[in-house]
Write a protein that binds this ligand. Structure first.
Ligand code: NAD
Length: 373
């Protein structure tokens, strides 16, 4: 295998840090100049681990396996050799038009976001690792924007009550946000439509906000499903009550392939105390808050709203390390010890992520189920 590691044009992270190179299956590694610099990994460190530093052009034309966090621009795909394995995050459920583009190139395209949610896939799941970093970072961003303390304090100058933090969506990002907010001393409540989240929330020392009658669907592969109108109405009323009393609200609720559910309306924001903060991690798919703008920090009647679904990119060193570990684990599935690509279509870890193979679209969009009881 001739593995190519490219510099991410608009992201400080790097797909594979140097420390992980010795763990790869037999590979000669080509690294684009300064690929890891913004994540604090130098070219010299890559060279120490046996990699060659070279130009992007050379990597594109020579590599038999290319890994990147963001997909390559289409103009570069024409330069790849036939049979190249290209591994990235294509999000075919959200951007099906990508499939039409990729099928024109005689390569194997693997989308890491199509990793199945099964136990053996956990150490290869970049969505989980990045959600965990984002959940942690969301609390730090909120704490910095908040004009108040997070923990309870008793001082000679008076007592400070702890901040109240509400987490909407207790998946990977939400659970990490709960743990981080608790470590900073906040009082934390969390809500999720998946009842399985209740125990996890409670085990982290937070209170689970329960709305009865949630629709859970085991067939959704671990992802949340859309809820009925009746449920949504009950949920709106309870969330409105909780949002009004919170100093910080962190929202992480996503529906795969669909716009994010709107959980916080303009009126709810307007009832929050000035100085309160909302961090919307679902901003890139429409947002959980009606007023959030993707990649923007805005202010509405004294309430700060940060819309950002890529907060992991603000912690490039550790985010790269975790992302890279997932990729290194995945390369061990795709390649044998001699560095030969193994396309075993019986293996769910290959069948799921391989979305286009030498001109053939293999990705099949899931058939949506109606949101009725
Ligand atoms: P996600 O990013 O798709 O969604 C975030 C959370 O928002 C989820 O918990 C979801 O239930 C919740 N949500 C959706 N709609 C909502 C609404 N209207 N109101 C409130 N909450 C809403 O999910 P995720 O964080 O990637 O993970 C979800 C689950 O899948 C977790 O239990 C996680 O442990 C599991 N998981 C398993 C694997 C694996 O086994 N390989 C990998 C990743 C995640």
């Amino acid at each position: 295998m001739l593995l190519g590691i490219l510099k991410e044009p608009a992201d400080k992270r790097v797909v594979l840090p140097p420390g992980l190179l010795p763990a790869l299956p037999s590979a000669t590694v080509l690294v684009e100049e300064n690929a890891g610099l913004q994540a604090s990994f130098s070219d010299a460190e890559y060279q120490e681990k046996g990699a060659q530093i070279t130009s992007r052009q050379e990597i594109l034309t020579k590599a038999s396996c290319l890994v990147s966090i963001h997909p390559l621009p289409e103009a570069e795909l024409a330069q790849l050799a036939a049979g190249t394995a290209v591994i990235s995050l294509y999000k075919p459920f959200a951007r099906p038009e990508t499939l039409d583009q990729l099928k024109h190139y005689p390569c194997h395209f693997f989308s890491l976001d199509m990793m199945p949610r099964i136990t053996i896939a956990q150490d290869k799941d970049v969505l989980s690792s990045m959600a965990s970093v984002a959940g942690y970072r969301a609390v730090l961003e909120a704490a910095m924007l908040l004009p108040r303390y997070m923990p309870m304090l008793t001082t000679a100058a008076g007592s400070i009550p702890p901040a109240k933090v509400l987490i909407l969506g207790a998946g990977v990002a939400g659970l990490q946000a709960i743990a981080t907010a608790r470590r900073l001393g906040a009082v934390v409540e969390a809500f999720d439509t998946r009842l399985a989240a209740r125990e996890e929330v409670q085990s982290l020392g937070a209170r689970f906000v329960e709305v009865e009658g949630a629709r859970d669907d085991k067939a959704a592969g671990g992802y949340a499903v859309e809820q009925t109108e009746e449920y949504k109405e009950r949920q709106r009323a309870l969330i409105a009550e909780k949002v009004e009393k919170s100093d910080i609200v962190i929202t992480t609720a996503q529906l795969r392939g669909k716009p994010a559910p709107q959980l916080i309306s303009r009126e709810m924001v307007e009832r929050m105390k000035p100085g309160s903060v909302i961090i919307d991690l679902a901003a890139s798919t429409g947002g959980n808050c009606a007023l959030s703008e993707n990649q923007q920090l805005t202010e509405h009647q004294g309430v700060y709203i940060l819309g950002n679904s890529e907060l992991e990119a603000r912690m490039p060193q550790h985010a790269s390390q975790l992302f890279g570990k997932n990729v290194a684990n995945y390369l061990k599935v795709l390649y044998d010890k001699e560095g030969q690509l193994q396309l075993d279509m019986e293996n769910p870890l290959i069948k799921g992520p391989l979305i286009v193979s030498e001109g053939k679209v293999l990705y099949a969009a899931p058939v949506p189920k109606p949101a009725t009881t």
